[in-house]
Design a binder for this molecule. Structure first.
Ligand code: DNO
Length: 393
């Protein structure tokens, strides 16, 4: 059998995305990763709505390869209120997606927030701009901007003092920018959080520790994975980003041990991973290539991007071939996994850096056209070279 290549995709946020499907196709993708961002979290994705979206994608010569995300309602994560109803709805959405032939569904289990950064325009020496997470800035937001009760207990004295000094030195505009950055809405949505809304959602997790959240996740998986398996859908859980607790909220999809426990919670193949090298790679104790080796049968989707960490626990998103993740080895491992499984795995370059025209065009943070195209091109070149070398060419 010819060596399988990764299925190249990019995320598309739907008809309102400023990056059109035509650009995604010109960049070299055969598929898109998208979601019905207009459906409120928890509601069933109807067959009609899914089919309508699929037609738009296919009319552009692309396929809808992966759903990202079918979001999990907060009540499921906190096992409160209407959580049973939301689980039933989730199953219905999975069945409808299966009927339309969309076979991979990504989700996450981060309480309240999805991914978080403190700067979405961090300037690199060569002029590109990127996304960054800085612990100190985050502590400023937590303690002095939203003033979360109990926040100072989560930081050591030195960080508390440094955060206070930083906050005092910041202008009103800098404080606003930081607040807006951390409270950006969920990907694909324009609805940002408000400080009060955020604090009240956080309060719902007051009595939920990591082991409770894990139990809720395992119960969710036990409910939905068999349905997914029955209708031929693969679930791919996305890791926490950043992969550690924030705002006093537990996070349970951050480490190799977490991923192992999730896969063990239900041994069926439909219960799998979205292997995000950027999110897992933001922790120095996540050995990415070992993890790929260990979880190789259960990886259903790949987010290939890179992060550069520093000793203080901060990181920024680096170019796809630049940061701490050993991207050549990772792509080589993926090629071996695909050859062994006799299957092509969908991949997206995930985020891109802002460069060239990106600087002046509106886009969701991380999702500009040119930066992602550069990332995709680099990954594609890497893959092509590795395949050709294997074939002795
Ligand atoms: C950020 C993304 C995440 C991801 C979700 C998956 O750009 O990688 O928002 O889509 O966490 O559920």
């Amino acid at each position: 059998m010819a060596v399988a290549r990764m299925e190249q995709t990019m995320r598309w946020f739907g008809p309102r995305d400023t990056v059109p499907l035509a650009a995604i196709r010109e960049a070299g993708c055969s598929g898109v990763v998208t979601a019905l961002h207009d459906v409120p979290v928890g509601e069933v994705w109807s067959l009609d709505h899914i089919e309508g979206r699929k037609r738009i994608v296919e009319a552009a010569g692309l396929t809808w390869s992966v759903v990202e995300s079918l979001p999990v309602h907060e009540d499921i994560k906190s096992r409160s209120n209407d959580w049973r109803r939301w689980i039933d709805n989730y199953k219905d959405s999975l069945r409808n997606l299966a009927e339309s032939g969309v076979g991979v569904v990504t989700y996450n289990f981060m309480p309240v927030l999805d991914w978080v950064r403190t700067d979405v325009g961090f300037l690199l020496p060569d002029g590109r701009k990127t996304l960054r997470f800085e612990r100190l800035a985050f502590a400023v937001f937590d303690q002095f901007i939203i003033q979360r009760p109990g926040a100072p207990d989560d930081y050591d004295d030195q960080l508390v003092a440094a955060a206070e000094a930083r906050f005092r030195a910041m202008s009103g505009r800098q404080r606003d920018t930081l607040a807006r950055t951390v409270m950006l809405g969920l990907p694909g949505s324009d609805d940002a959080f408000t400080p009060d809304g955020l604090l009240s959602q956080i309060a719902a997790y007051r009595d939920i520790g990591p082991s409770d959240l894990s139990a809720n996740l395992f119960e969710f998986i036990a409910e939905v994975a068999p349905v997914a398996a029955d209708c031929g859908v693969k679930l791919a859980i996305h890791p926490d980003d950043p992969p550690f607790p924030v705002l006093g909220l537990p996070r349970v999809v951050s480490t190799q041990a977490d991923a192992r426990a999730i896969l063990a919670a239900s041994a069926i193949d439909a219960n799998g991973l979205c292997f995000c090298t950027g999110s897992y790679g933001a922790r120095p104790d996540n050995p990415l290539r070992d993890m790929l080796e260990e979880f190789q049968d259960r990886v259903h989707f790949l987010h290939l991007r890179n992060t550069k960490r520093d000793d203080a626990g901060n990181f920024h998103e680096a170019g796809h071939l630049e940061g701490d993740a050993p991207m050549s080895g990772i792509v080589a491992d993926v090629l071996k996994i695909m050859a062994r499984r006799e299957q092509s795995l969908p991949m997206r370059p995930d985020h891109g850096l802002q460069m060239m025209d990106d600087h002046s065009k509106p886009h969701y943070p991380g999702y500009s056209a040119i930066g992602r195209m550069r990332g995709l091109a680099e990954l594609r070149g890497l893959e092509e070279a590795l395949v050709n070398l294997t074939n002795g060419r």
